[in-house]
Design a protein around this ligand. Sequence first.
Ligand code: MTE
Length: 324
Amino acid sequence: MVVRRGGSLEGRIASSEITPHEAFLNRRSFVAGAAALGVGALALRQVPGLIHSGAVHAQQKLATVASKYNVPDAQTPFAKATTYNNYYEFGTDKSDPAKNAHTLQTRPWTVEVSGLVKKKQTIDIDTMMKYRPMESRVYRHRCVEAWSMVIPWDGYSLGEFISAMDPLPSAKYVQFLSDDSNKDMPDKPGGFNWPYSEGLRMDEAMNPLCLLTFGCYGEALPNQNGAPVRVVSPWKYGFKNGKSIVKIVFTDKQPHTLWNDMAANEYGFYSNVNPNVDHPRWSQAHERRIDSSTFPRTVPTLMFNGYGDQVASLYTGMDLKKNF
Ligand code: MTE
């Protein structure tokens, strides 16, 4: 297993760019910090809220560069991708998050990086967003519930961020914890082991396909899609992709994950898209593709969601029926 760590100083987040949490609450030091970073190069344009196709657009347009990681499949319309969501903290119906997630306050927002890492850090979301040029990547997005979408996500490879964080060689996994504050999510349903927790093996997280995601469709993520930052690992079922992340923890043990806690026989740690391993309650051989067609189409599910060339080698020698 090859995990790229540390590397040259060039391109890493210098400690001077990572200010303590309190500093981010101080508008003046944030502005000064942003100027020092030269963030103009990746200017984020504020536009008034727009309404189109019945869905509310986020307010922030993102500057992105083209990516080589695009699938040619027909894209899901913005209005569908932002109104048919799984974000249980805001309700369990697909339409709930779009109605309820307006209570999520995404600024100020910090992400704490801790565990097996050289230095624990708390990083402001705006610093995180500007660390690397964002790419727009059109990915297949396969939910474990056997529906799928095709979404242009905006972000940069998670591995680039991880390298800058200098995890220790003993770090074998990385855990992502979502926001669960009562202020932001006053009506979280009971019976779940909040906060939402997900994790990846380190080499999975370092795979360039794994996207630290700040936007979709060229705009900052709408709250219901996981603002201000989420993970997207396109060869895995969608539940691996925690939304609204506030903590990243490096660990030597496989971290607990919310859905695995709920039903370990249904939601494994790996959760690679696999048409040959059915969910105990339904087949995973096909999926309902929600794209620009008028009605969802049934299409065959692809091994690793069609990303086998890039990720199959991560699992050489593993029994993927046991490690579902
Ligand atoms: N993250 C949090 N914090 N809470 C959630 O309920 N749902 C997961 C994942 N991330 C979820 C989450 C599931 S089941 C899926 S399929 C995807 O988010 C859905 O992402 P989308 O709504 O942007 O399509």
